[in-house]
Write a protein that binds this ligand. Sequence first.
Ligand SMILES: O=P(O)(O)OC[C@H]1O[C@H](O[C@H]2O[C@H](CO)[C@@H](O)[C@H](O)[C@H]2O)[C@H](O)[C@@H](O)[C@@H]1O
Length: 269
Amino acid sequence: MVLPRPRTSDGAAALGAIAARPSAALLAFDFDGTLAPIVPDPRDARPHPRALAALRALAPRVAGVAVVTGRPAETAVEYGGLDGVPGIVVLGHYGLERWEDGGLTGPGAVPGLEEARAALPELLADLGPLGEGVHVEEKGKAVAVHTRRAARPAEALDALREPLRLLAERAGLAVEPGRMVIELRPPGMDKGAALTALADRVRPGAVLYAGDDLGDLPAFAAVRDLRTQGVPGVTVCSGSSEAPALAEQADLVVDGPEGVAGLLEGLLP
Ligand SMILES: O=P(O)(O)OC[C@H]1O[C@H](O[C@H]2O[C@H](CO)[C@@H](O)[C@H](O)[C@H]2O)[C@H](O)[C@@H](O)[C@@H]1O
C-alpha cells in the first residue's frame, strides 16, 4: 500500500519517520468518525473492519497505540473490540479514564451531573417540534444531547447551544460540542492533555494523531507542541463535511474511516 502524502512539510517528515522506524512511533486515534463510521444511533458504532485489522497488525510493531475518545473507555473497548489490539491504551471521557490490560482507572461520581440530568427533559420539551428525534445519551460520567436523528439536525443543535451552555454553567460542567451533538461533561481534561501525558510515558520518536471532530483540536495542538520539543508529529483529519475546522488544521486529510484504514494499511510492512 502507498502512504498518502501530507500537505505540510512537518507532517510529511513525521509520517516518513514513522514509516522508517515504526518501533518508535506512538499512534493515537479518536473513535467515532475516525476508526468507526458515523451512524445515526451511537450504540451501533463499530470500527471500520479494515481499520481494526490494520491496528491489530500494527500494535505489536510500534511503541504505543491508543484510542483517545469522548466515550466511556469501556464502551469504546466493547464497541471497538479493542481488547483484541495488543497493548492498546484507551483513554475515555476525553482522558479522564484510562483502560489498559483489562483494568479501568478514573474518577468517581461527577458533581453537577445529576442536576444537569434532572433539567434536561424540560429543556428538550422547550424545543417544541424541533426537538422531535433529539435524544440523550447517558454516559455515566457525562450526558450527550444528539440531534442527528431530528428532522432538522443543524437547527436543533443551534437551538440547544445557549440553553445547554447555561445549564452547564449552573451545574459546573464543561460543554463539548461535536458532530450533531453537545455534551455536558466533567471539566478539567481534554484530549490534548491526555495525549501529552501519554507521550510523556511512551517517549516516542514520532507521533501520529487522527481525529474527526472539534474535540480533537486540543490533541492536534499537543502534536504541534511535541514538535517544538523535537518529536516529529503528524495530525490526520478523518474528513467529513461536518467539521471543516479540523481539516483546516490537519497535516493530512483522508476520506473518513475508510481513508484512515488505508493510511494504517500503508504503514504495514
Ligand atoms: O471522541 P469520539 O470518539 O469521537 O466521541 C465523540 C462522540 O461520539 C459519539 O457521537 C458521534 O458518533 C455517533 C455514532 O456514529 C453519532 O451518532 C453522533 O452524531 C456523533 O456525534 C458519541 O455518541 C458521543 O458520546 C461522543 O462524545
